[in-house]
Design a protein around this ligand. Structure first.
Ligand code: KG4
Ligand code: ZN
Length: 355
């Protein structure tokens, strides 16, 4: 069985084809991605209307590329999976409309997938896949959550950010330092030349005793330090501030992830979402995990940011568990705000589908 996955929740259009065995891990046959980062950089953030228009332009050529690379044709596709939420409503509607139309034309069923479920299952496509249950640290531009993952669709929210997401904190600090949007990777690169002890920045909620995060105050602290440096800070001071900001974010993420493992008594941690590509975060999690006998699993670097492969994979893993996709023509809807811990997929007829 083949599942075509379509991702369009924010500023990446992704399409992928995954093969689903009866048992065992689904296999990625091909995936294609177009990032709109360049297009939005001029505006310092994602412009929803431009994002939607660009998804429309990209999704058909990307599907063609995936079929070509996997040497399959549309008639080989058995199910079309798409990101149903959360995300930008207009952007989601492009993927949903496309998936529903394509599936209807092919006379095949289709299914809506939770974007964050895609992220947290994405390490199953890596060379070192996890096993259930595990703790998932979801760290993206829009989300920072710790989840207890018992199986596909069985999620318990352990803690989340009360204000900015970790990626947002990276992006806002990067913007203050004059780096282009999205600044996470650029800030991390700049930080390589800096001294992480140069600035004493807060570690918000580090000792709160719960598993929640808060990053808005950190951005303000970085802004205050940046202003104190005057109108023309030295390149070294800039790198030092980047390193100090990164260290503060990473320290909190690492501490809370370890705390989540302790609270749940679980041994495995999955790190997913764009910030999961961060080098120091990976290094510190790996070092701490090794000390404590934990295992840390990541998606392949190319699948850390938004992509269609994780959506096809989530669809495939749901199908393996008996989830029934939507058959026949029908109306579709998107869910721009959709808590993952609700653990259900609402199909386009409004029925809840338990895996
Ligand atoms: O998951 P993602 O691609 O998109 C969503 O937000 O859903 O995550 C994007 C976020 C951005 O905030 C970006 O700055 C951040 O991930 N990011 C990084 C790194 N690479 C991407 N943050 C820190 N270090 C990185 N290497
Ligand atoms: Zn994402």
């Amino acid at each position: 069985m083949l599942v075509l996955g379509v991702e369009s929740s924010c500023d990446e259009t992704g399409v992928a084809l995954v093969e689903v065995p009866q048992l065992g891990t689904p296999r990625l046959l091909a995936h294609a991605l177009h990032t709109q980062v360049q297009m939005h950089a001029d505006y310092g953030g994602v412009v929803p209307e431009l994002a939607s228009r660009d998804h429309i332009r990209r999704v058909v050529p990307l599907t063609r590329a995936v079929l070509r690379d996997s040497q399959r044709s549309l008639s080989d596709v058995d199910v079309v999976a798409f990101t149903q939420g959360p995300g930008l409503a207009g952007a989601l509607l492009v993927g949903a409309g496309y998936a529903a139309a394509l599936a209807t034309a092919l006379n095949k069923p289709w299914m809506g997938i939770h974007h964050l479920e895609g992220h947290l299952l994405s390490p199953f496509l890596s060379s070192d896949p996890p096993a259930f249950p595990f703790v998932a640290l979801l760290v993206s531009g829009g989300h920072t959550q710790l989840m207890h993952v018992r199986d596909v669709g069985d999620y318990e929210l352990l803690g989340e950010t009360v204000d900015d997401a970790a990626g947002e904190a990276f992006d806002k600090c990067a913007k203050l330092l004059g780096l282009p949007y999205p600044g996470g990777a650029a800030l991390s690169l700049l930080a390589q030349d800096g001294d992480l002890r140069a600035f004493a920045l807060p570690r918000p909620l580090l000792h709160s005793g719960d598993l929640d995060f808060s990053f808005a105050g950190l951005k303000t602290a970085v802004m205050n330090q940046w202003r104190k440096l005057g109108p023309d800070p030295s390149p070294q001071a800039r790198a030092n501030l980047a390193a100090s900001a990164q260290a503060a974010i990473v320290e909190v993420l690492v501490a809370k992830s370890l705390q989540a493992l302790k609270v749940t008594g679980l041994q495995r941690l999955v790190v997913a979402g764009g910030v999961g590509a961060n080098g120091p975060l990976r290094a510190q999690l790996n070092a701490q995990a090794q000390k404590r006998g934990h295992r840390v699993h990541y998606p392949e670097l190319s699948l850390c940011s938004d992509n269609g492969a994780m959506i096809a994979l989530a669809g495939a893993m749901r199908l393996q568990r008996g989830c029934v996709p939507q058959a026949g023509p029908g109306c579709f809807e998107v869910l721009p705000r959709w808590p993952l811990a609700s653990s259900t997929v609402v199909n386009p007829s409004g029925q809840e589908v338990q895996p």
